[in-house]
Design a protein around this ligand. Structure first.
Ligand SMILES: [Zn+2]
Length: 142
């Protein structure tokens, strides 16, 4: 799991370097044991967050990691139809699951793709894309 440093500092992913610096100082102050003895926030985590978000290359890498772990819902140009994996047909021969598309072709998602956290599946033939719903083992503690 990738820790969302933007959420930690309470800024958006579009925040400017100045916004991030201000948010970092705000978060540090809020987490200071003298100001807030009950604060559960680890200051070293805030320092990590600022180190990453204040370095353009590290920030870009962090953005990419967030994109890969959060999934594309709500970020695409149009919402994808959500179909549960339980509606898919399992094909044990090739470790893949498939679902018929309206056009007659198939959506196919492989076990390897699911292991990688991939949810968006394009139709093999037309331009339709669906979002496959399945539980990831690492989300089980929610
Ligand atoms: Zn299709």
């Amino acid at each position: 799991m990738t820790l969302d440093y933007y959420a930690l500092l309470q800024v958006t992913q579009r925040a400017s370097p100045a916004d991030i610096k201000a948010a970092y100082h705000r978060a540090l102050l809020a987490a200071h044991p003298d100001k807030n003895p009950s604060s559960a926030v680890d200051i070293t985590v805030l320092q990590d967050a600022y180190r990453v978000l204040s370095a353009p290359a590290l920030r870009a890498q962090h953005d990419l990691q967030l994109k890969n772990t959060k999934g594309p819902i709500g970020t695409g140009s149009r919402p994808a139809q959500i179909i549960s994996l339980t509606e898919f047909q399992e094909d044990p021969a090739c470790d893949a699951w498939s679902h018929p598309c309206r056009c007659g072709a198939q959506y196919t998602i492989t076990v390897a793709e699911m292991d990688a956290g991939c949810h968006l599946v394009p139709c093999a033939s037309c331009s339709e894309v669906i979002w496959v719903g399945y539980e990831m083992a690492e989300d089980a503690d929610e």
